[in-house]
Design a binder for this molecule. Structure first.
Ligand code: ATP
Ligand code: MG
Length: 282
């Protein structure tokens, strides 16, 4: 079946119910929808006609060999200025994402946890997150300090982070695992509608992996869609995805349920490459 069949649901629903044209039919689905996306950097096409739909409430995992364009996709969704979109469309709940500036995308509910989080010397986690949470609030509304700290400490506890981190500069001198936890702390504080997590598991020891997975799972629900980029089936034992996609050379070449991740672990990527090659020949 066409991978983006969900996009047709409103029309199908209207036809099935046979309701008059005055009955309520949603104009869009609650989903992050990527259609035939093409992205270039330095005159090289990295994302080559990628289509993917992440409905709100679902967790979709993307796996794929090094260099297949997974982080490029994540950065393009967030609005990284170095990458040029040369074709296709990205919508979030029906809204054209590609027209929005990176900060507008964040305000509209899109979040990216980086594969390699940046250090921000001189800006404490407490101040950084406070500014970010405030920026997402409606104009004229002021974030209450007591509410903010109560929530911050609650989320830090959930992620097994010591409170002393609040007064440290963002990611400065953090271990790999501490940086990844800080990314998920941002996710927990910002409560986005769609979150792209780029290798949030890499560099985590087994206990930290469980803690971070527990943090992500506690945020799962009907109001959050997650796109989880990972190399390891192990993470998917803890954050069980609704769908798994394989990305090879800038395209999704195969999609399936969580069992697909197990198959990849067993068989590697060569067979998906071969199938993708056959698809291209046909
Ligand atoms: N800023 C850049 N300048 C030049 N080439 C780039 C840039 N960013 C990405 N690329 C190239 O695009 C290709 C895809 O990179 P990307 O980081 O998206 O892969 P990935 O699937 O995330 O890989 P990994 O699994 O290793 O994280 C690579 O060949 C990379 O060298
Ligand atoms: Mg990557």
């Amino acid at each position: 079946m066409d991978e983006n069949w969900r996009g047709n649901l409103p029309q199908i629903a209207a036809r099935k119910t046979g309701k008059s044209r005055y009955s309520f039919v949603p104009l869009f689905m609650n989903e992050l929808n990527i259609q035939n996306l093409r992205v270039e950097i330095a005159d090289r096409e990295i994302v080559r006609g990628l289509s993917l739909t992440v409905p709100c409430g679902e967790v979709h995992a993307i796996m794929g060999p090094n260099g297949s364009g997974k982080s490029t996709l994540a950065k393009v969704l967030a609005g990284h200025p170095d990458y040029h979109v040369t074709g296709g469309a990205v919508t979030m709940d029906g809204e054209n994402v590609l027209e929005l500036e990176p900060d507008e995308r964040a305000r509209h509910g899109l979040f990216l946890a980086f594969q390699y989080p940046s250090e921000v010397p001189g800006v404490t986690i407490a101040n950084f997150l406070r500014a970010a949470v405030q920026a997402r609030m409606p104009e004229g509304e002021e974030l209450e300090a007591t509410d903010y700290y109560a929530k911050l400490y609650e989320k830090m506890e959930l992620l097994g982070m010591d409170r002393s981190f609040t007064s440290r500069s963002v990611n400065e001198g953090f271990s790999g695992g501490e940086k990844k936890r800080t990314e998920i702390l941002q996710l927990a504080m910002l409560e986005p509608k769609y979150a792209v997590l780029d290798e949030t598991d890499s560099g985590l020891d087994i206990d930290a992996l469980k803690t971070v997975a527990h943090g992500v799972n506690s945020l799962r629900g009907p109001n959050l869609g997650i796109l989880l980029i990972t190399h390891y089936q192990r993470l998917l034992n803890y954050i069980v995805p609704d769908h798994v996609h394989v990305m090879v050379a800038g395209r999704i070449v195969r999609s399936g349920r969580k069992e697909l991740a197990l198959e990849l672990e067993e068989r590697g990527y060569d067979w998906t490459r071969e199938e993708a090659g056959e698809m291209a020949v046909r």
